[in-house]
Design a protein around this ligand. Structure first.
Ligand code: BES
Ligand code: MN
Ligand code: ZN
Length: 497
């Protein structure tokens, strides 16, 4: 898709004018042809249109010379500042409008909005990214595909930027990788098997230029990843261990950030079988791995000056004569034994081994893990924020700083020793469920048992990975949540390294 910056509206296609209440139209007078401006003034004087939030009005102006559709978009009472979420909402509603009007090109009067971003580049990047995100639909299995595509947006402004093409490209790539994460999660579990997740990681590595290694079950066993193997062994779909490498800081080869993503291609619950209702959503139990794969693409493409190694232990939690059972006592790669309270608390087992592998085999020095780990996180925070458990204030601060750019929100939960004790077992070193109360915290702190002394942050995205309430830039289903946060978090860490 093309984005241009221009002082004059172009072509004869739609002109979108977003503005807040009491906006002085004279501020944008010079961007609009005089005849149209006159008609617009007359129309506004007579109409009751007052730029209320989310009110959109399409007007057709025509006379002998002109035939022009103008769309007025109300932004509500003027705000001190319009943040990234506001702007993303605006771009998305403009995209929706263009789609409804079936226009492939659109003018957007934007001069009065530019200053709300740190730079004109940031504004253009956000526009490109949002339009790209809006273009995604999960129609892989439908005969009738989405055919609409917005081809060109002209931002009407006096500003210009030198590296327009690169900026648009950067924004578009960002949207693309978010869409990639959505697609990986939306694909059903019969398609997106552990083997397929590994293939997609490899394919993404080829396309975005990062190295990928994939290990099969034999190799996984030889690493001693017994917890991972125990979760995987009930399924005929063989597990895969995936490692991905971005080497952006050759001067500090021993500083390596580990990104660990939960990759359950499907989670039936195992012998602690999940109720039928909602089980179908458990194809989203690899959303952590999807976020990690997609974030690696963005990190690599932007050549961030930092070393990042991502690890995904991909498998399926099923029932069979080979599956693990409640009551089993199993080993982990780290050597800690675990009493299985519930076969449905499988994610922490695969992640514990993935984290240990990342430390021992990949020598990571900081750890961020991301997982659809607990239903309790959905209960606590719903779909609006993801939960955070961490032993490191600096990592949490970097995450909080990223929220402004990512428009994704988090909330840190306490992590006192009392909660960690919930994971102690009478018959083994640990148990895999600390019970119903504070389930998100005890699950997080189970992982904390495996990070040794490393700065670590755990993100529980169980509530945010999927949505049944579509947003303007996001259809139902997978949201691609955390791709943007991970990117901005890593960017921040690369600056403070
Ligand atoms: N994948 C689920 C968590 C989940 C729930 C993700 C809802 C997305 C939406 C996880 O493996 C799980 O089953 N957790 C159990 C843990 C319990 C058995 C201790 C849960 O939350 O009920
Ligand atoms: Mn489970
Ligand atoms: Zn799970």
């Amino acid at each position: 898709m093309k984005i241009q910056l221009n002082e004059k509206i172009q072509g004869d296609y739609l002109v979108a004018i977003p503005a807040w209440e009491d906006f002085d139209l004279n501020d944008i007078k010079k961007f609009i042809p005089a005849t149209i401006f006159k008609m617009l003034e007359t129309w506004l004087a007579k109409s009751k249109f007052d730029w209320k939030a989310n009110v959109v009005e399409k007007i057709n102006f025509n006379n002998a010379k002109e035939d022009r559709d103008i769309v007025l978009i109300g932004l509500g009472p003027k705000k001190e500042a319009y943040n990234y979420t506001d702007l993303q909402n605006l771009f998305a509603s403009i995209y929706g409008l263009s789609k409804k009007e079936k226009t492939k090109e659109i003018n957007i009067v934007a001069d009065h909005l530019l200053s709300f971003c740190e730079s004109t580049e940031e504004f253009v990047k956000l526009a490109a990214q949002t339009f790209e995100e809006c273009s995604y639909e999960f129609d892989t299995y439908k005969e009738k595909k989405n055919e609409y595509q917005l081809k060109k947006a002209v931002l009407i402004t006096k500003e210009s930027i030198e590296s327009l093409l690169e900026t648009v490209e950067a924004g578009t790539v960002f949207g693309e990788v978010v869409n990639l994460a959505k697609q990986l999660v939306n694909e059903p579990a019969n398609e997106m098997t552990p083997r397929k997740i590994a293939e997609m990681a490899q394919k993404t590595g080829n396309a975005y230029d990062f190295e990928v290694k994939v290990y099969d079950e034999k190799k996984i066993s030889s690493f001693g990843m017994e917890a991972f193997i125990n979760v995987a062994k009930g399924s005929d779909n063989q597990p895969r261990l995936i490692a991905m490498y971005h080497k952006g800081d050759a001067e500090n080869p021993h500083n390596i950030l580990g990104l660990i993503g939960k990759g359950l291609s499907f989670d039936t619950g195992g012998y602690n079988l999940k109720p039928g209702e909602g089980m179908g959503n458990m194809k989203n139990d690899m959303a952590g791995s999807a976020a990690v794969i997609a974030a690696m693409a963005a990190i690599s493409k932007a050549k961030l000056p930092i070393n990042v190694t991502a690890v995904v232990a991909a498998c399926e939690n099923m029932i069979s004569g080979r599956a693990y059972r409640p009551g089993d006592i199993i080993n982990t790669m780290a050597g800690k034994t675990v009493e299985i309270i519930s076969t449905d608390a499988e994610g922490r087992l695969t992640l514990a081994d993935a984290i240990h592998f990342a430390i021992k085999h990949e020598r990571v020095t900081k750890i961020v893990d991301i997982a659809t780990l607990t239903g309790a996180a959905v209960v606590a925070l719903g779909g609006f924020r993801a939960a955070v458990i961490s032993n490191d204030d600096a990592l949490c601060q970097a995450l909080t700083d990223s929220e402004k750019y990512s428009t994704e929100k988090y909330w840190r939960l306490p992590a006192d020793e009392e909660y960690a004790k919930l994971n102690k077992s009478d018959v083994a070193d640990l148990k895999n469920s600390g019970g119903r109360w504070a389930g998100t915290i005890s699950a997080g702190l189970f992982l904390g048992e495996f990070v040794q002394d490393r700065p670590w942050m755990h993100l529980d995205i169980a509530g945010t990975a999927m949505t049944d309430k579509p947003k303007a830039w996001q259809q139902k289903g997978a949201t691609g949540f955390a791709v943007k946060s991970l990117y901005y978090l890593v960017k921040k860490l690369s600056e403070t390294n």
